[in-house]
Design a protein around this ligand. Structure first.
Ligand SMILES: [Zn+2]
Length: 131
């Protein structure tokens, strides 16, 4: 892996910040929608463990308002999984190292910039290209 421990630790912190921001957004949105079920669910689950089950439960609740945030949580979870497996920062398409600057800016990115651009051209009709 090309990233140093210090770089990985910065990215880990950034992932945590993104994740907590998403949780906060979900809490705010569910407050606005008056759905206490989600608040209870999030309130008793620690932010750093059981993350996948939280996302699954949220999807089960099928609250359209928070769907995009749940997708964001899943992206963070996938990035954490790659960190745990030691293949974080490696492009899913060409398997080169994505590079620290891009990973810090987009910690959930799965592809290097050239591959991402190629993909966005291929799927140009999609409104929101995935990182
Ligand atoms: Zn690539």
């Amino acid at each position: 892996m090309a990233l140093t421990q210090e770089q990985l630790s910065r990215i880990t912190k950034e992932l945590k910040r993104v994740y907590e921001g998403l949780l906060e957004d979900i809490r705010n949105e569910q407050d606005a929608s008056g759905n206490t079920q989600i608040a209870e669910l999030l309130g008793r689950v620690p932010a750093d463990s059981g993350d996948i089950s939280v996302a699954d439960a949220l999807v089960d609740l099928n609250v359209e308002l928070i769907d995009r945030h749940v997708q964001g949580l899943r992206d963070v979870e996938a990035a954490r999984q790659r960190l745990a497996e030691g293949n974080f920062g490696i492009c899913a398409d060409c398997e080169t190292n994505i590079g620290f600057e891009r990973m810090l800016a987009y910690p959930t990115a799965r592809r290097c910039l050239p591959c991402q651009e190629t993909r966005e051209k291929m799927f140009a009709h999609k409104a929101t290209p995935r990182l």
